[in-house]
Ligand binder design. Structure first.
Ligand code: URA
Length: 434
């Protein structure tokens, strides 16, 4: 097969055959295709799309490009969850212990931050001692013992996605529905869970900016999961403002602990309970979403969710003092307050820009492999629609140097708009697709 013919075919808006897609993914995996040809096909896919059939074939080929994780030795219906990426989106650290605490195992591989969006693995690594690199044998043993494992993706899982993702990141080919769907679902399928809840973010701080695009992405992923025998639900949730109030690795861990202690309510808690309830529903642990939410809320009240989080920390070497002593998760030394320059209402937040401000503090990476400043980030004080008096505190920025704090504060200031009239907060959950 001549790969150039495949590129030309997609360039000319024709459908690729299963054999052509399989040739493509094999060539990506074994290194026989050069980066420039792979990138050309990725761009043709971004511009001309793929049919659901093409996307399904590509996903399966990517899922099988490396090892797959066999969770069958962990008893019970295993559930996984994946967010398409947002800002202050710390739901995994809250819902995984809650769901595991009611006997539904969560053995979850997570990723690092990507662009303006945070990653669970970076947050976990900000906890002193916490080991995210867990072997498959260890993960299965932990899964059987505690019912909860949060780990980074093992090296041999979906090598085709690793290669494609790195190329997409630098060739302007990230925001393509079939490419995102195949990337996410190949990893989720290879990671072996029986049920998957997808949190498809939509809004100014998400890869999908419109509900229409978010729905299209959700539909493709749900049908792909079904096709390979997994139970999948997609929740389309709003990302027109940061989900929680704290952005940055240690800050988000601290907020998750506060939520698990029952001290912090609000949107982060609401979305965590909803996603967790859908996980319980897929596992047939509860008959309705409402009962799932109530059960998980009870696990916060009775301390069982926090106890499960402690078990996770102990199991993977994390310092349990973080649960009782905030100073064991130190923040970066340069704190800078951002105050309102006028009175009015918060009318708009450019959430991706807020994510970029957090990146600027040192909490996120500007390039692959860049070391993070775990104590850096932003504490937000206001939400959309809130009234503000001139001089009110809008946010506090934490960074390792005064220069970085100042430039992050400038980006943050330009991301928040104010006006004379209030706006109603956007809906937290837009749609559920199952
Ligand atoms: N998350 C992924 O894992 N892959 C994408 O392509 C986008 C978000």
């Amino acid at each position: 097969m001549d790969f150039q013919d495949i590129i030309i075919k997609k360039r000319d808006q024709q459908q690729l055959t299963s054999q052509e897609i399989s040739f493509f993914i094999q060539g990506v995996t074994d290194g026989s295709l050069p980066d420039y040809q792979i990138s050309a096909l990725l761009m043709a896919i971004l511009l001309n799309g793929m049919t659901p059939e093409e996307t399904a074939v590509m996903t399966k080929e990517m899922a099988n490009s490396g090892a797959t994780f066999d969770l069958s030795s962990v008893p019970g219906f295993k559930v996984d969850k994946h967010s398409t990426g947002g800002v202050a989106d710390t739901t995994t650290l809250i819902l995984a212990p809650l769901v595991a605490s009611v006997g539904v195992p969560v053995v979850k591989m997570s990723g690092r931050g990507l662009g303006f969006s945070g990653g669970t693995i970076d947050k976990l690594e900000s906890i002193p001692g916490f080991r995210v690199d867990v072997t498959e044998e260890q993960a299965l043993a932990y899964g059987r013992q505690s019912g909860i494992v949060l780990m980074s993706q093992t090296d041999n899982l979906t090598p085709a996605d690793k290669k494609l993702y790195a190329l997409r990141d630098v060739t302007g080919t990230v925001d393509s529905i079939p490419l995102i769907a195949a990337s996410i679902m190949s990893k989720k399928i290879a990671a072996g869970a029986d049920g998957i809840v997808l949190d498809v973010k939509c809004g100014s701080g998400a890869f999908m900016k419109t509900q229409e695009d978010a729905r299209a992405l959700a539909q493709v992923m749900v049908s792909m999961g079904r096709h390979v025998g997994r139970k999948v639900t997609a929740v389309i949730s709003g990302m027109d403002q940061p989900l929680g109030m704290k952005i940055g690795n240690r800050l988000e861990v601290l907020e998750a602990i506060e939520v698990l202690k029952g001290h912090t309510k609000g949107d982060l808690l609401e979305v965590s309970l909803l996603l967790g309830a859908h996980m319980l529903l897929l596992a047939n642990r509860v008959p309705t979403v409402e009962e799932g939410k109530a059960l998980l809320a009870k696990q916060i009240e009775n301390g069982q969710g926090l106890a499960k989080f402690r078990e996770l920390l102990e199991q993977q070497g994390g310092d349990v003092r973080i649960l009782s002593d905030e100073s064991s998760l130190p923040l970066s030394p340069c704190a800078l307050e951002v105050r309102a320059e006028q009175s009015g209402f918060i009318t708009h937040m450019n959430t991706a820009k807020i994510g970029r401000a957090s990146q600027e503090t040192g909490a996120g990476r500007a390039y692959k492999g860049q070391p993070l400043d775990f104590g850096a980030g932003i504490v937000m004080e206001k939400r959309l629609g809130d009234p503000v008096e001139k001089g009110d505190l809008l946010a506090t920025v934490y960074s390792g140097t005064a220069e970085k704090a100042a430039s992050a504060a400038e980006i943050l200031r330009s991301a928040i708009s104010m006006g004379p009239e209030t706006v109603s907060p956007p809906p937290l959950v837009l749609e559920i697709i199952s």
